[in-house]
Design a protein around this ligand. Structure first.
Ligand code: C2O
Ligand code: CU
Length: 558
């Protein structure tokens, strides 16, 4: 493969959205940030210079970084933050991924504005497993906050209240002309009649799952998380935070202007108004000589309503890997480690009745996995593991929850799942086959979905369902033939999802919910994958320079 070099300068820049101007942290002054474009097999060195005010890291979402967790970029898991005035060079190696991925800051909520797409083209001499599109377009969906996000999040975590909601969703940085002061800047994709387009769509939203559709046009999903899938043709798609999708669209409609729209679907029950139900729009605009309509066509018949969970399931249950000669599927037929992980919302109960917590008694919102609410250590887990430094983490993350209950029963009280704070990791032998059943809950009547994401590996989603997982009957429905190979799976609201993967990447790898509110509340843990017998099956040694762990760790007194 080829080698590419990128310079990423983290710096504050002024942006005007929704009628007001503010300074945001960017890479090279752009929002969304620059696209990294490579071929499968290439290596990229990204030198990140921090000219901002706070420490930060960059993560290469979905890039497995074989044997090289040192460049994975999650603060306090694989490195300490790159402090202002310093730099760090990441080595990003593309081995098995092909399609669309993305990069983002992995420090607090910095990723809201520090993110961009990664395009991985087929290796030289190979082709797409579908007819070559005429043109390609990157579409990054994200959100915009009018006020200072860092300040709002710090305050929310301190008081224990819910985190701030965004003021608009964006298409390549623009809210679109249904939002105030956004008319002039609506993102436009120009197309020629008759051509086929490959859209590379990234959901960089902080907490929002989206429906996406284009008025009058059908779309065909051909790739998911940089692995190809059997084509799924539909009038809309559903994309969770962390997911990336490759989609084919043919410009075969009457010359005109058509809205592309993204609408959040809300998992909350009851509808707690955390979410704004605004639509972000962009315009698919045909080139040519015609009188444009006074307003573009809106996909009113194909964009599902924000509570249409049937529409969600109708799309997300159709993902299948290619399972072809060129793109084989190798699902582990069995598992050497089995985990049943209850992913739950919760609260840390307060003791001081004079504080203003959620219940007026100093309690704070929390989230957990098997009742453990993750706490970042003061130095990264990777360095502690590599140098055998004790007292940084405990190796006893449980395979099962401490107690079982009717997880998806209605309105479960908090005492069904009182979380404990901890820095607990799960240690795996090299090449173990791992099966995880994620079980959602209805604790505090807060039965949200959870887009679970794993660093360092892709995994097969062999089953999903609604309600409590039944270990007798549900495994009978597992797909061991052509399940999708992904890095993020959405555990459905009040439901479960089963994944399998081979722990063949020695290192330290984060697993977490990709809603940042749940991530900050502790819905995270870490896998340590031990070295194999040979050096080719062992973690690399650290580069000569790693950012030092001098700064105090983030405040963990949530
Ligand atoms: Cu987008 Cu920890 O990842
Ligand atoms: Cu979650």
């Amino acid at each position: 493969g080829n080698i590419h070099y990128y310079e990423f300068v983290l710096k504050e820049s002024n942006f005007t959205r929704l009628c007001s101007t503010k300074s945001i942290l960017t890479v090279n002054g752009s929002f969304p940030g620059p696209v990294i474009r490579v071929h499968k097999g290439d290596t990229v060195f990204v030198n990140v210079h921090n000219h901002g005010y706070y420490g930060a890291t960059i993560h290469w979402h979905g890039v497995k970084q074989p044997r090289n967790p040192w460049s994975d970029g999650q603060e306090f898991i694989t490195q300490c933050p790159i402090e202002p005035g310093t730099n760090f060079t990441y080595e990003v190696t593309f081995t098995t991924e092909e399609g669309t991925l993305w990069w983002h800051a992995h420090s607090e909520w910095t990723r809201a504005t520090v993110h961009g797409a990664i395009v991985v083209l087929p290796a030289a001499g190979t082709v797409y497993p579908f007819p070559k599109p005429d043109e390609e377009e990157v579409i990054v969906l994200a959100c915009w906050y009018k006020r200072d996000l860092r300040q709002m999040v710090e305050q929310a975590l301190e008081t224990g209240e819910d985190t701030p909601r965004s003021d608009a969703y964006t298409f390549n940085g623009q809210p679109g002309d249904l939002c105030p002061c956004s008319n002039e800047t609506t993102y436009r994709m120009l197309v020629d009649y008759g051509k086929a387009y490959l859209l590379r769509i990234v959901n960089a939203g902080m907490n929002a799952d989206f429906f996406f559709s284009i008025a009058n046009h059908t779309i065909t999903l051909v790739g998911l998380d940089a692995a190809y899938v059997k084509p799924v043709t539909n009038t809309y798609l559903v994309i969770s935070p962390g997911q990336t999708m490759d989609v084919l669209v043919t410009a075969n409609q009457t010359l005109g202007h058509y809205y592309m729209a993204a609408r959040q679907y809300s998992n909350t029950k009851p509808d707690i108004l955390y979410f704004d139900h605004a639509n972000a729009t962009a315009i698919l605009q045909y080139r040519g000589n015609y009188t444009p309509p006074s307003s573009p066509f809106f996909p009113s018949s194909t964009l599902p309503s924000y509570k249409d969970f049937i529409a969600v399931a109708n799309f997300t249950t159709r993902f299948r890997s290619l399972a072809s000669l060129e793109h084989p599927t190798n699902v582990p037929k069995n598992a050497t480690t089995r985990m049943f992980i209850v992913v739950s919302m919760g609260e840390f109960l307060g003791t001081n009745s004079s504080c203003n917590g959620i219940n007026g008694n100093g309690s704070k919102l929390a989230a957990s996995m098997n009742n453990i609410s993750w706490v970042n250590p003061p130095i990264d887990v990777l360095m502690a593991y590599y140098r055998n430094i004790s007292g940084i983490y405990e190796a006893d993350f449980p395979n099962d929850p401490p107690s079982s209950y009717n997880y998806t029963g209605q309105d479960l009280p908090i005492n069904t799942a009182l979380p404990m704070r901890g820095t607990k990791v799960k240690v795996l032998e090299y090449n173990e086959t791992v099966e995880i059943v994620f079980q959602g809950t209805d604790v505090l009547d807060d039965s949200e979905a959870h887009p679970m994401h794993l660093h360092g590996h892709s995994f097969y989603v062999i089953g999903t369902g609604i309600g409590n997982f039944d270990k007798e009957t549900d495994p009978k429905g597992y797909n061991l033939v052509d399940p999708p190979l992904v890095n993020t799976v959405e555990v459905p609201q009040e439901g479960w999802a089963t994944i399998r993967f081979i722990a063949n990447n020695p290192g330290v790898w984060f697993m977490h919910c990709h809603y940042d509110r749940h991530l900050s509340w502790g819905m995270d843990f870490v896998f340590i994958v031990k070295n194999g017998d040979t050096s080719a099956a062992s973690m690399r040694h650290p580069p000569a320079y790693m950012p030092p762990c001098t700064a105090p760790a983030a405040d963990q007194s949530l």
